[in-house]
Design a protein around this ligand. Structure first.
Ligand code: KPL
Length: 341
C-alpha cells in the first residue's frame, strides 16, 4: 500500500475482532497529539510495546513514534497493538506520528535499545522543550546521563524494570513474566518536579514505585546484567546454567570486579555480596534466555556496550583493572561482528 499523507494515521478502521477491544480507546483517536497528557513512545520494542499497551488499557493516550513512513504504514495496515498476558489477548489503538512531525512532545517514554537511544532522541529533539518530561527506561547505563546532558532544562527521569516481555510480531507483545519497575529523578528539573508527572506510569497494572535514589536501582540492575547476560550469550545457555561449574567461577570473577568499581565510586549495591544476588536471579530466572542471548540468537546487536562496556569505561577512569569484564565485552562484540559477516 502507498504512503500515508501527513504524519498521523490515527484512523479507526472497521474490523471484526474476536478478542476484547478497549472501546474507550476509539475516542482517543479524536484527540490531538499535542494533548499534554499523551505519552509518546520512542522505541516500540518489547518494553515500549508493553508500556504502550498497559497505558492504553488504563485509558491513557499513547502515541507511537515511527522512524520511517514504512513503520507508519504498518499501523495503517494494522492500527492495533496486541498484548498477550495470562492467556488473554487485549487489543488497543495508539496514535502514531513520524519522528519528524512538528507536534510538541510533553511526555516522552524512551524505550529504545541502548545503542539506538542517542540517535533516536536527537531525531525528535526539535519537539522537546523545557516543559517535556523524559523517562529513559532501558537496560544498561550511560544513556541516562547523555540524555540529561542533551536536555538539561527538561525533567529527565530514569527507570529500570524486571518485567519480562517479548514481541511475537511488529504489533504484538507477550507479557511473559511479572516483575517490578522503579522510576526516579535523574536531573535537577526532575527532582524539583518529583513523582507527580509520572503518576500515569505508576498507576498501571504493573508493579512500580517512585524511587528517589534511582541511581542505586540502576546500578543494581547493571551489576546483575554484568554478571549474567554476557556469559549466557557466549556460552549459549539459559540463566540457570551459570550456577554450575565452570560458569559459576566466571560469574564470581565478574562480580568481584563490578564490586571493586562500585566501591570506588561509593555506589552501594546490595546489602549482601553481589554474587549472592546474581545467583539468586540466575536461579529465579533459571529457565529464561537472557535478553542478550536472545539478541545474539536473533542476530541483533547486543547491549553489551551499555552493560559490561559501561563498567569497563568507569573502571578505566578510575584506573581499576577489570580484565574479565573487558574480555567478556570483547567476546560478545566479536560474536555479533561474526554474525554480521
Ligand atoms: O535482566 C535480565 C535480562 O535478561 O536482561 C536478566 C535479569 C538476566 C533476566 O534474564
Amino acid at each position: 500500500m502507498g504512503s500515508i499523507v501527513g504524519d498521523s494515521n490515527a484512523v479507526s478502521q472497521p474490523i471484526s475482532l474476536t478478542s476484547w477491544i478497549d472501546s474507550g480507546l476509539l475516542l482517543k483517536t479524536t484527540m490531538t497529539s499535542s494533548d499534554s497528557q499523551s505519552w509518546h513512545i520512542l522505541g516500540a520494542g518489547a518494553v515500549g510495546s508493553l508500556w504502550a499497551n498497559y497505558l492504553l488499557r488504563n485509558k491513557q493516550p499513547v502515541c507511537i513514534l515511527c522512524r520511517s513512513p514504512e513503520q507508519l504504514d504498518a499501523f495503517w495496515d494494522n492500527p492495533f497493538l496486541t498484548l498477550v498476558v495470562d492467556g488473554q489477548r487485549y487489543k488497543s489503538q495508539p496514535k502514531t506520528e513520524l519522528f519528524s512531525s512538528n507536534q510538541p512532545i510533553h511526555k516522552l517514554l524512551v524505550t529504545t535499545k541502548s545503542y539506538d537511544t542517542l540517535e533516536a532522541i536527537q531525531s525528535v529533539a526539535h519537539r522537546i522543550d523545557r516543559s517535556t518530561q523524559i523517562v529513559v527506561l532501558q537496560n544498561g547505563m550511560g544513556n541516562q546521563q547523555s540524555v540529561a546532558e542533551l536536555f538539561p532544562n527538561s525533567a529527565v527521569y530514569a527507570g529500570t524494570t524486571t518485567e519480562g516481555a517479548y514481541r511475537t510480531g511488529p504489533h504484538q507483545v507477550v507479557h511473559a513474566g511479572r516483575g517490578k519497575t522503579w522510576f526516579g529523578p535523574f536531573n535537577k528539573a526532575a527532582n524539583d518536579q518529583g513523582g507527580e508527572p509520572l503518576q500515569a506510569l505508576l498507576d498501571l497494572d504493573l508493579v512500580s514505585d517512585y524511587e528517589d535514589s534511582i541511581h542505586t536501582r540502576l546500578w543494581q540492575k547493571l551489576a546483575i546484567n554484568c554478571a549474567i547476560n554476557g556469559l549466557t550469550a557466549i556460552h549459549d545457555c539459559r540463566n540457570g546454567k551459570l550456577l554450575e561449574s565452570p560458569y559459576l567461577e566466571e560469574m564470581i570473577q565478574l562480580c568481584d570486579e563490578v564490586e571493586l568499581v562500585a566501591a570506588k565510586l561509593n555506589q552501594p549495591l546490595f546489602p549482601h555480596p553481589l554474587i549472592d544476588a546474581a545467583k539468586g536471579v540466575a536461579k529465579a530466572t533459571g529457565e529464561n534466555l537472557s535478553s542478550m542471548l536472545q539478541d545474539v540468537r536473533h542476530q541483533r546487536q547486543t547491549e553489551i556496550s551499555s552493560i559490561n562496556g559501561f563498567l569497563c569505561r568507569q573502571a578505566e577512569q578510575l584506573s581499576i583493572p577489570v580484565p574479565h569484564n573487558q574480555q567478556l565485552t570483547e567476546r560478545v562484540l566479536k560474536l555479533s561482528a561474526e554474525q554480521d559477516q
